[in-house]
Design a protein around this ligand. Structure first.
Ligand code: DAH
Length: 367
């Protein structure tokens, strides 16, 4: 039989104590029988509901119905009972008995933990850091610049003539809605890291030695060796008495540091608007050691980067902000390389897209 609140006729101390004891016992029994959230809610309401909960009934029947002389004693009893019942109800847990409820909260240390794998450097980031550190050891600092660039820094100040094919919509991704601005202020996604050469020279007088890592974009259809976004590392050294010999020595050292001491370099005449003379750098094929194979198309050499002596026209643009860039007094060399291309060679990867597909099975190999 579920507990119901009895009417009291006897208000003696003993009778009050007995009634309160019975009530408390009933409450304890019911607390122990709670097994589900719904049962817990029903139990709570039955005892504590303001409208017709057991405590409210006790208040009405035992206290309000008490004769004047017994009111004080009944009040004390009822208050104490309310406290104890409230404690019991608040302490009740779904598991039932109050002892068990503690056990239910205990952590089972024998269960397997949540696995949180440690991240690893992406192969492109790893290669970028390696290249940067080769130059840092030679005393170069790191400079960076914006990916959304103006036509001025990406082309004009680098001596690109107005109709140079690199400005063409074929290669450059332009930001829309720029037509109302003068050409040099129009925004685009930088097609190379070379604009940071000018940006840095505008801020710092010579001498400087910097490497510039960063992402670049080109409107190229993706294939095994092209991606619309890729990474470059640019280099710039400006000082008095810098010669082409310094450029050759620096890049030969860097290639040996990256690919091993037996790698040879050779320099071929080339053209870039911002260097004069310009060269393409080839390294002896790291797959066949120079004998000739499929990877080097039987030539024994692989083309890896562009470089040259900074064109005096570029110094003139820099000198607008820093007069120290006077090509009568100083000279400099610059170079630029693709990070993915170097990473693909170092790790024998044949598809540039593998770097950006986000396939963990590919990336985990470099962890
Ligand atoms: N900016 C050139 C490109 O993206 C690469 C390059 C060539 C950078 C020669 C240089 C350089 O600094 O001297 O194709």
């Amino acid at each position: 039989m579920p507990y119901t609140v009895p009417k009291l006729t006897d208000y003696s101390e003993a009778a009050l104590a007995l009634a309160a004891g019975e009530c408390l016992d009933a409450c304890k029994l019911e607390a122990d029988a709670v097994h589900t959230e719904t049962e817990l809610k029903t139990f709570r309401d039955r005892w504590l509901a303001r409208k017709n909960g057991i405590l409210t009934q006790i208040n009405d029947l035992w206290l309000k119905g008490a004769p004047k002389e017994a009111k004080r004693e009944a009040g004390i009893r009822v208050n104490e009972l309310k406290m104890r019942v409230t404690e019991l109800v608040d302490g009740a847990r779904v598991s039932g008995a109050s002892d068990d409820s503690l056990a239910a909260q205990r952590v089972d240390i024998s269960l397997p933990g949540v696995r949180r794998p440690i991240g690893a450097e992406h192969p492109v980031v790893k290669t970028r850091n390696e290249i940067v550190s080769v130059f840092q050891k030679l005393g170069y600092s790191v400079a960076e610049g914006p990916v959304v660039e103006t036509d001025y820094y990406n082309f004009e100040a680098l001596n690109f003539p107005p109709n140079h094919p690199a400005r063409d919509t074929q290669d450059t991704l332009f930001i829309a809605g720029q037509q109302s601005k003068p050409q040099r202020e129009r925004l685009l996604l930088r097609t190379h890291t070379s604009p940071v050469q000018i940006r840095t020279m505008e801020k710092m007088p010579p001498p400087i030695r910097i490497v510039i890592p960063g992402t670049v974009h080109r409107n190229d259809p993706p294939d095994a060796s092209h991606s619309p976004m890729f990474h470059q590392i640019e280099g710039l050294a400006v000082d008095t008495n810098i010669t082409f010999g310094d450029l050759k020595g620096t890049l030969d050292h860097a290639m040996k540091a990256l690919f091993g001491p037996t790698v040879k370099t050779r320099f071929f005449p080339s053209f870039f608007p911002f260097t004069e003379p310009s060269a393409d750098v080839q390294i002896s094929c790291i797959f066949c050691g120079g004998k000739g194979c499929r990877k080097c198309k039987d030539s024994g050499w692989i083309e890896l980067l562009g470089c040259g002596m900074v064109d005096p026209a570029v110094f003139r643009f820099a000198a607008e902000k820093q007069p120290g860039y006077d090509s009568k007094k100083i000279a400099g060399f610059a170079f630029g390389m693709g990070v993915e291309r170097i990473a693909m060679m170092k790790y024998g990867i044949s598809e540039i897209g593998s770097f950006f597909a986000g396939d963990m099975r590919f990336l985990e190999q470099f962890a």
